[in-house]
Design a protein around this ligand. Structure first.
Ligand SMILES: Cc1cc2nc3c(=O)[nH]c(=O)nc-3n(C[C@H](O)[C@H](O)[C@H](O)COP(=O)(O)OP(=O)(O)OC[C@H]3O[C@@H](n4cnc5c(N)ncnc54)[C@H](O)[C@@H]3O)c2cc1C
Length: 327
């Protein structure tokens, strides 16, 4: 009987999402006085680096489900694997990170098991009935809810928890879990990958310089590119920008774009609509540059410069000289 953590990975490469899930699960396991057990699914799920990370973040055991046909991420098959693991291991609870994948897999598993699933939790209080606080409406509302289930299935809101390793990790190897999975579950599976950007990406960059409608044109992004380059970061944008065709959708920050968590987000000419804010709010520090002192982004930012971005951004770049960069 354990808290079973569904570990997200990319063909064996661990992700911060899984470190967050394991850290959150430790809080649940302490309340239940039961150990944390990691579940890895698919090719690479028994990779030494991944298993080591599971141990480093508090897992006491790693179970691995990988039929030969499960070569890559497949949402239904991963959901089937979680359901099969729940039947085989009878855990006290199941936890994953509330990324698109984590929520997709837990939703599939919960449907297969006929159990409720609570997504994007910030906190759980364990009892006969669980009480959970979860994020709703793209982060604009926290909801307190009660959960009654034989096996509570919850995801922790992405970026809500700072991953924290344990002081004394166990020495682990992955143990195969002998469960039958139907190959039809792999009808949707990643077959190929196209690399759109090498190196630092929007999701992982330590600095993002974002531009909104206030930038005014595709050409207007040149000064943002220069500042981002000086700071060792990348350029992002709002949906107004992608709608105007000034930048590709891959650069969009927000609810229907990428959720970023850089050390520094410089938001230039972006009003800070909730759909944008939800993708930017995990930034450690936000600097807003805007002509409107009442703009939502200005009000919510840690720092703001009220002024024309076409003057302010080049002035910051010039002031940085040859230095800059955030690590
Ligand atoms: C279902 C749904 C999903 C959505 N998903 C997303 C999403 O993922 N990401 C997203 O960004 N949006 C999303 N949106 C759109 C969102 O609601 C906003 O419309 C959008 O974020 C606005 O973009 P913006 O801030 O660039 O433009 P605006 O709201 O027009 O703001 C422009 C800002 O620029 C400032 N400004 C103008 N000129 C200058 C200047 N020279 N110097 C400095 N500041 C200046 C203005 O004061 C203003 O604050 C979504 C909407 C819906 C309905």
């Amino acid at each position: 009987m354990s808290v079973l953590v569904v570990v997200e990975h990319d063909r064996g490469a661990p992700s911060d999402a899984s470190r967050e899930a394991l850290t959150f699960a430790r809080g649940v396991s302490e309340q239940l006085a039961t150990p944390v057990e990691a579940l890895t699914i698919g090719a690479g799920g028994d990779a030494a680096e991944l298993v080591g990370e599971c141990a480093r973040f508090g897992a006491g055991a790693v179970r691995h489900v990988a039929p030969p046909w499960l070569a890559d991420y497949a949402p239904e098959a991963w959901g089937d694997a979680v359901a099969a693991a729940v039947r085989a291991l009878a855990p006290r609870a199941v936890v994953a990170c509330g990324t698109d994948r984590g929520n997709e897999v837990l939703a599939q598993a919960a449907a297969a098991l006929g159990l409720p699933f609570v997504a994007n939790c910030l906190d759980v209080r364990v009892g006969d009935q669980w009480h959970v606080t979860r994020v709703q409406w793209g982060g604009s509302l926290n909801e307190d809810a009660a959960l009654s289930s034989t096996v509570p299935i919850v995801s922790v809101a992405h970026h809500a928890v700072e991953p924290a390793p344990v002081a004394a990790p166990a020495t682990l190897s992955a143990t195969g879990l002998d469960v039958h999975l139907d190959e039809t579950g792999a009808r949707t599976m990643i077959r190929d990958r196209v690399v759109l950007a090498e190196g630092v990406t929007l999701a992982t960059a330590p600095v993002v310089v974002g531009g909104g409608r206030g930038v005014g044109s595709a050409e207007g992004f040149a000064v943002l590119e220069e500042l981002a380059g000086r700071l060792g970061g990348v350029v992002g944008c709002s949906r107004a920008v992608t709608n105007n065709g000034w930048r590709p959708h891959a650069d969009q920050v927000g609810q229907t774009g990428t959720r970023i968590a850089p050390q520094l987000y410089v938001a230039c000419g972006i009003s800070g609509a909730i759909q944008h804010w939800v993708g930017a709010k995990a930034a450690k520090t936000i600097l807003a540059i805007n002509t409107d002192p009442e703009a939502n982004m200005v009000v919510k930012a840690d720092y703001a410069v009220i002024g024309d971005l076409h003057e302010v951004v080049p002035a910051i770049t010039a002031a940085l000289g040859g230095g800059g960069g955030v690590t």
